[in-house]
Each structure stands twice: as structure tokens, then as C-alpha cells.
Design a protein around this ligand. Structure first.
Ligand SMILES: O=C[C@H](O)[C@H](O)[C@H](O)COP(=O)(O)O
Length: 232
């Protein structure tokens, strides 16, 4: 089974948790896209749900698949958010934002009763940090913000190269919110909760890709089948 089939399997398993009448957060990325497509099939067959997309890309996918959409201004909570991740550790802390959607993803996950993370099992790691940590920043004053980030890294015992993310065409990557992303190659983040707190305190940092205590469960699809891990 190839990687894409594994992602679809994880998405299908998460779909089993969806009930009629639910309000859903719709994640972003290649794995979450499978969930939106499968959800669209269920909606076409009569399932009544409404979704909040975490990116303009997901909005377009959901519209294409016929999933009704709303916003967090129109409803007061979400039952479940289903989203992918770039890394998942045994505490179900995550690195997200490889696709640049971390800000809306975190707002939507935080507004949800449950967050189910879906992934192929290569995303499972003993310690976060191999995947570059995305930090979403305001372009104004970037030099000062970068120095603040470096200081936070030093205080939390990590270090590594930082680079402003570029799109395939070479231009600076701009998020749906109009911000930039700095990717930090940290290698190993021993205390992700402390680093998350330190990064959140920096003026100029809009959000970062560490999702601490947000995921309720992870559905991991691998060669040997599907594993569902609940947060302890
Ligand atoms: O910004 C993107 C999101 O955080 C994605 O959920 C994450 O990058 C995982 O994406 P994929 O399912 O494509 O590996």
C-alpha cells in the first residue's frame, strides 16, 4: 500500500467518528484532503454536517466535494476537528504547519471538543523536532522577531538554522492571513511545552506550529494496519 492509500485509510477511520448533525473542523494538507473527499461522499449520501475549513485550499476542496461550510462567527463550537500533522509524539504533541495553515488550524482545533489527528505512521516520532518548526511571523520588524525567536530557542535549550519560507516560484510564501513563515531546523525539541510558551510571548510571532495538548487522539495508518492512540 502506498503512502497516499495509508493517508486515505486514516481519514476513513476518523470518518467513523462523525455523526449526523455534527459541526466539524476541516484540516489542511494531503491527509486532511482525503477526509474532506470521503466526507463529501457521505454528505452526498445524506449525512447532515457542517464544516469550518482551516485554509482557503480546504475551503475550495470542501466546496468542490459539496460539504456545507460555516464560520466560527456563526457557530459557537465544533464537535470534532480532523487534521493531519507533520510530526506526532507519544504525548500527542504535534508539529504542524508544513503547508502553512497552522494559524487557522490552531484556532479551529482550540474551538473543538475533540481533535483527531490523521496520518501515515511515518509521522510518529519519539521526540518532536526533526521536521522544521514553522513559526508564523509579521513581516514588519522581522529582524527583531528573529532575534526574539533565537533567544527563546536558547532559553529552551534548542538551536538551529532559520529560514523564511519561500514558495516554489521563489517568492516569499505568504499565509492565508497575509503573514510569513520562518522554518527552524531544531533537530530535537526536548521540552515542546516550554518552547511553545516562549514563542507565543514574542511580539511579531503570530503563531507557531507546536500544538500542545490539543490532539485528543491520533489515527496512524501503516503497513501493519491502523493504530488509534488516545491522549493520556
Ligand atoms: O499547514 C499544514 C498542516 O499543518 C498539515 O496538516 C500538515 O502539514 C500535514 O500535511 P500532510 O497531511 O500533507 O502531510
Amino acid at each position: 500500500m502506498n503512502m497516499d492509500q495509508l493517508k486515505r485509510q486514516a481519514a476513513a477511520r476518523a470518518l467513523e467518528e462523525v455523526r449526523d448533525g455534527m459541526q466539524l473542523g476541516l484540516g489542511t494538507g494531503s491527509t486532511a484532503k482525503h477526509f474532506v473527499e470521503l466526507l463529501g461522499e457521505r454528505v452526498a449520501a445524506g449525512l447532515n454536517v457542517i464544516g469550518v475549513p482551516t485554509s482557503e485550499a480546504t475551503r475550495a476542496d470542501a466546496e468542490r466535494c459539496g460539504v456545507p461550510l460555516t464560520t466560527l462567527d456563526e457557530i459557537d463550537h465544533l464537535d470534532i476537528t480532523v487534521d493531519g500533522a507533520d510530526e506526532i509524539d507519544p504525548e500527542l504533541n504535534l508539529i504542524k504547519g508544513g503547508g502553512g495553515a497552522l494559524l487557522r488550524e490552531k484556532i479551529v482545533a482550540a474551538a473543538s471538543d475533540r481533535m483527531i489527528v490523521i496520518a501515515d505512521d511515518t509521522k510518529w516520532v519519539p521526540t518532536l523536532g526533526r521536521f522544521p518548526l514553522p513559526v508564523e511571523v509579521i513581516p514588519f520588524g522581522l529582524g527583531a522577531t528573529r532575534r526574539g525567536i533565537e533567544k527563546a530557542f536558547a532559553e529552551c535549550g534548542v538551536s538551529g538554522q532559520m529560514a523564511v519560507r519561500r514558495a516554489k516560484d521563489g517568492h516569499v510564501f505568504v499565509t492565508d492571513g497575509g503573514h510569513w513563515i520562518v522554518d527552524a531546523q531544531l533537530g530535537r525539541i526536548a521540552d515542546p511545552a516550554s518552547l511553545a510558551k516562549a514563542l507565543s510571548a514574542i511580539p511579531g510571532v503570530v503563531e507557531h506550529g507546536l500544538f500542545i495538548g490539543l490532539a485528543s487522539s491520533a489515527v496512524l495508518a501503516g503497513g501493519e494496519g491502523i493504530r488509534v492512540i488516545e491522549r493520556r
